[in-house]
Design a protein around this ligand. Structure first.
Ligand code: COA
Length: 174
């Protein structure tokens, strides 16, 4: 019954206050920001990890996505960091001794995918837990793809993404 020994002896207390928030972030949206703000009520520090979803072909390259995220957190006193990985999220977590991975849930449709991802991650690294946060009601219908689709045809995405992201989308599709 080793798995029921809590807290786990291998955890260093200082890092139980840190969390990862992984995603493609192509681009970051106000829905992502909502999750990060909620996460900061639970964790001292969140590292946003721009990661690879092999089934996606991003509009913004890795550097652009990281820059767009960094711009959002200039005034957060170092409580939000941005990094990237081309490998597994849980490997990054274990290497940095971080035990919580935040994922946002928007609707029932997210659940099946997130459930599989969380269980696969747990299988790969049992010391890493996935923490699900409910997205604010006003963001449950948005996604990076939806916003890109609207912006591509000059649709108004104001209020759905930060202003500098809106400007970056306009530049991409001008
Ligand atoms: N508000 C609004 N939209 C949100 C949201 C929120 N709170 N949370 C997620 N979304 C949207 C995203 O914009 C994205 O939209 P899109 O599909 O139109 O691009 C969609 O929901 C999926 O979100 P995202 O968090 O970017 O997940 P993902 O499926 O693209 O990527 C990774 C998930 C990157 C974390 C996953 O592929 C991964 O872990 N990759 C690294 C390799 C690995 O460790 N794999 C796991 C082992 S099998």
């Amino acid at each position: 019954m080793d798995e029921f020994k809590l807290p786990r002896p291998e955890l260093k207390p200082e890092n139980t206050h840190n969390a990862l928030y992984p995603g493609t972030f192509d681009p970051i949206t106000n829905g992502h920001l909502d999750i990060i703000r909620r996460g900061l009520c639970l964790f001292d520090k969140i590292t946003i990890i721009v990661a690879v979803n092999v089934s996606k072909n991003p509009l913004f390259n890795l550097e652009e996505r990281c820059e767009l995220i960094q711009e959002c957190f200039k005034d957060f006193n170092g409580r939000v960091a941005v990094d990237y990985t081309s490998g597994l999220i849980v490997d990054y977590a274990v290497q940095h001794n971080i035990t919580a991975v935040i994922r946002g849930l928007r609707a029932i449709s997210d659940f099946d995918y997130e459930f599989q991802l969380a269980l696969m991650n747990r299988r790969l690294a049992p010391s890493v837990e996935t923490v699900f946060l409910m997205t604010g009601f006003e963001w449950i219908y948005i996604s990076s793809s939806g916003i890109k689709n609207a912006a591509r045809f000059q649709g108004n995405v104001s209020g759905l993404v930060p202003e500098h992201v809106e400007a970056a989308l306009k530049r991409k599709f001008s």
